[in-house]
Design a protein. Structure first.
Length: 379
């Protein structure tokens, strides 16, 4: 993609911020409105009303007084954004496209890398590190960075609590995770989930089995600015954690009730259905920033020019206050809607105004446009 050519044709004073209408799009659009940008939602038919009706923007005197979605294009499928006609339409609106996980889930990563001829905010070449089975995935990157992550084991090596990570058979974009403390339990639960149609033999054969870190989950929403010339280029904006179904329903049951569940309800599922906000004990922040620094440096070395904009390091903290990174999002995280409009606690304190991830993205685009540096934040 000739990024410089496309950006040279853009009216930098009339940019639009666009995204696939799913995942974290509301945060992106809300932040864009706060920074004065028009917004464009790329919707899929049957899933559009959130954006075309309920959060539709209304402007009075040029100011948005309600909602945050200025315009929406409804397609038959999300992947139809790849048509030449759609890409021309996006460029005609001077669109800077914000990738989220829905974009890289519904559109093949190879197509995003090679055929999506629209300036993309962030690290286009890093989206593939989330793909299961990818040789240079985020575990590979974490290892190169010397960052802590849960140890991988084989079924025969299971001698303590482990988590088995694989895709759900029917909910293609969701998880079919389960836990086991022995090889026998692993085989028993796997057989049960296979019979229930929750997982497949192929997914099980390619599953990652890793030691389960017992402790709270903290998803750190970071931002890396390549155009920041005075202060730290790494910012901690906020922290979130997940609500998962049916797991969270299971943990609210008394132990005797859990033990008496019928076979079909015995093994919980780990489908993310929502998020909440968190803060971290201040003394532990000293351990967190080095994780981000080492991650950023590793991305520069192995995925030049490195991570741009938002990224999320998803961690567990054990009883000895050691952090383990169990997942990485090389783009806006899925939990940032919890900070929409009100901003992230740390981002607000840093910037002295409400600063969500969506607004921080829009602010970076505005600053880059004003400084004629869009080529440094888009790929």
């Amino acid at each position: 993609m000739d990024l410089d050519l496309y950006l040279s044709e853009y009216d930098r004073g009339n940019l639009t911020i666009g995204a696939i209408a799913s995942h974290s799009a509301l945060d992106v659009f809300d932040g864009a409105v706060e920074e004065g940008f028009p917004t464009l939602a790329i919707c899929q038919r049957g899933r559009e009303r959130t954006y075309t009706e309920f959060f539709r923007a209304r402007r009075e005197g040029g100011e948005v007084v309600r909602g945050m979605v200025d315009d929406a294009i409804v397609l038959g499928r999300f992947r139809d954004v790849m048509t030449e006609e759609m890409q021309r339409a996006l460029r005609a609106r001077n669109t800077i496209f914000i990738p989220n996980r829905s974009f890289s889930s519904y559109v093949p990563v190879e197509d995003i890398e090679e055929r999506f001829m629209v300036p993309l905010f962030g690290s286009r070449n890093m989206l593939r590190v989330e793909e299961r089975g990818e040789k240079r995935d985020y575990y590979w990157l974490l290892e190169r960075a010397g960052l802590p992550f849960p140890e991988r084991v084989e079924p025969e090596e299971i001698d303590e609590l482990t988590i088995i990570k694989l895709h759900h058979a029917e909910k293609k974009l969701e998880r079919g995770f389960f836990t086991a403390t022995s090889c026998e339990e692993y085989r028993r639960k796997a057989d049960l989930l296979l019979r229930q149609g929750v997982i497949t033999e192929e997914a099980l054969a390619n599953a990652r089995i890793e030691r389960y870190i017992i402790g709270p989950v903290f998803n750190f929403d970071f931002f890396h600015s390549p155009i920041e010339d005075r202060d730290s280029r790494i910012e901690l904006l906020g922290i979130d954690w997940r609500f998962e179904s049916s797991l969270d329903g299971h943990v609210r049951l008394p132990a005797p009730q859990q033990m008496s569940l019928p076979e079909g309800q015995m093994v919980p599922e780990y489908t993310v259905v929502g998020h909440n906000s968190a803060t971290l004990r201040e003394s532990l922040l000293e351990k967190v920033f080095p994780l981000a620094e080492r991650f950023v440096e590793a991305t520069k070395e192995h995925y030049a020019p490195g991570i741009i904009g938002p990224f999320c390091l998803q961690t567990c903290v054990d009883k000895d206050m050691n952090f383990y990174i169990y997942d990485v999002a090389p783009r806006i995280g899925g939990g940032t809607n919890v900070h929409m409009s009100v901003g992230h606690p740390y981002g607000n304190a840093l910037w002295r105004r409400p600063m969500s991830t969506g607004r921080r993205i829009a602010m970076e685009i505005r600053r880059a446009a004003e400084q004629d540096r869009l080529g440094e934040i888009c790929t």
